[in-house]
Design a binder for this molecule. Structure first.
Ligand code: SF4
Length: 467
């Protein structure tokens, strides 16, 4: 993508709007001009040219100017692409935060929805979804006090690597040599963060073991990390401790009983699809029956809250297949269901099919089916986010039965308090008023192990920032 600008320097806004339609690595040319109170755009690709323009407010702030620039680019792109844009020019990953801030400014839900539609061109049903989610989130945010912090521990290992994965995870079979050193290093980081948390008088309210697949590592190693976390922080106000057990083939009776023994009440078992052909195609290496067995085992062991993740738009899947997946999953009685729209990053092995997949027409119908079926199931949307390069520019949304909402998901998405993140690929998010800063850990397990001393040294900045 080649971008030229004249009369402004908002090339990131131009790129974000163009990326709603085209891959950033495509041979698209975009010219964006602001002059005489008008933002205009010209886009060219494969011999086709589109033009668009939109007025700039008389004395625009940066956001208003950016919105006008994005609208002009969007209109130009629409002339040469029929990619749907249900979220209009809202290119951020947190549209519900946008809605929540409007509500907190004192706008009524109807006024906030109207602003999302008029200012951001968000389609009415998505604007309503934002408001619904924002209202649910407000209640969850209200549960956390001033000294709240949330914790994340990343375990970047999986049994095998899924074809669509662009996380930092590595197939465990190739990385056994890092496993023990990884756990040792991670324990050191957890203890250091615990000391800092105590010095700041912080009290964790939610904690999450993610990855990767934390349950891919041996139960005794995961137990070490859980115990270290619990003994390093003041857990007197902890309301939730979640372990991502995404791959059902990792949930052995030994693992499940270790989790329950250590007080884990919430896990995520992620079927993605209940069709063997799809699971084979995406390299999941487990069966739909493994998912059913994992649910039965988890319930038998007394696991109270189970989330199930699904992906819409997986290769070869249509609406009927999704409907069958929903039948089988709801029969298992998950407490929350998180629906992701297929997205593709360059690193993913399915990248070659990007353009074809991205235009999947039935994915919007799939999302509608999910929303309808979840409503019938008694689960309501409570958390959502958007990613770049999703099929049909659709969102990811989680539905919860009343009281089963995952607090951590809301806290990380809404950026209302700091998240201390430990482990490979983890990124700590420091929140102080309107200021947000991040500290990134190395992504690869080996790098993380080798650089742990430097990682610990960087933690001192948390004290500096939050004191
Ligand atoms: S289970 Fe998740 S993190 Fe692991 S390889 Fe598959 S998509 Fe990636």
């Amino acid at each position: 993508m080649t971008i030229t600008t004249k009369g402004h320097e908002l090339s990131t806004a131009v790129e974000q709007a163009a990326q709603l339609f085209f891959d950033v690595h495509s041979d698209l040319e975009v010219e964006s001009v602001v002059e005489n109170g008008l933002a205009s755009a010209r886009v060219s690709k494969d011999g086709l040219t589109g033009m668009g323009s939109w007025p700039v407010p008389e004395t625009p702030d940066k956001k208003a100017l950016s919105n006008s620039v994005k609208k002009a680019v969007l209109l130009a792109c629409k002339e040469i692409s029929d990619m749907p844009t249900p979220w209009g020019i809202s290119t951020g990953i947190r549209p519900a935060k946008l809605a929540r801030l409007l509500l907190e400014e004192g706008k009524t839900p109807a006024e906030a929805a109207a602003e999302l539609e008029n200012e951001y061109w968000i389609e009415p049903d998505r604007a309503r979804l934002c408001i619904d989610v924002a209202q649910k989130e407000q209640k969850i945010i209200g549960m956390a006090g001033e000294k709240a912090v949330s914790l994340y521990v990343g375990i970047p290992f999986c049994p095998t690597r899924c074809a669509y994965c662009s996380f930092i995870s590595q197939a465990l079979t190739h990385n056994n040599k890092f496993l023990l050193p990884y756990v040792d290093a991670c324990e050191r980081e957890i203890r250091r963060c615990g000391e800092i948390s105590a010095e700041l008088g912080l009290k964790p309210v939610s904690a999450y073991f993610g990855g990767g697949t934390p349950t891919a590592i041996p139960a005794e190693l995961l137990e070490r990390l859980i115990k270290t976390l619990k003994s390093s922080f003041d857990m007197s106000e902890l309301r939730e401790l979640t372990v991502e057990a995404g791959r059902p083939d990792t949930l052995t009776p030994e693992m499940m009983s270790m989790l329950r023994k250590n007080g884990i009440r919430r896990i995520s078992i992620n079927p993605q699809s209940m069709h063997q052909s799809t699971l084979d195609a995406i390299g999941r290496r487990h069966s739909p029956e493994d998912v059913e067995r994992a649910f039965a085992l988890a319930r038998r062991e007394g696991m109270e809250i189970i989330n199930a993740d699904l992906i819409l738009g997986l290769p070869g899947e249509d609406v009927n297949m999704l409907s069958e997946t929903l039948d089988r999953i709801t029969a298992l009685g998950p407490d929350t269901v998180t629906v992701h729209t297929m997205y593709l990053k360059r690193a993913a092995r399915l990248r070659d099919d990007f353009e074809k997949l991205r235009f999947a027409r039935n994915v919007n119908e799939m999302m509608e089916l999910c929303r309808r079926r979840m409503s019938e199931y008694g689960a309501e949307p409570y958390y959502m986010y958007k990613q770049k390069n999703t099929l049909g520019n659709l969102e990811n949304v989680s539905f919860a039965k009343p009281g089963a909402e995952c607090l951590y998901n809301v806290y990380i998405m809404e950026e209302v308090h700091s998240i201390f993140a430990m482990g490979g690929g983890a990124s700590t998010k420091l929140v102080r008023g309107d200021r947000i800063e991040r500290i990134f850990n190395p992504k690869e397990a080996g790098d993380y192990v080798n650089r742990i001393d430097g990682i610990l040294a960087k933690k001192d900045y948390i004290l500096e920032f939050l004191k």
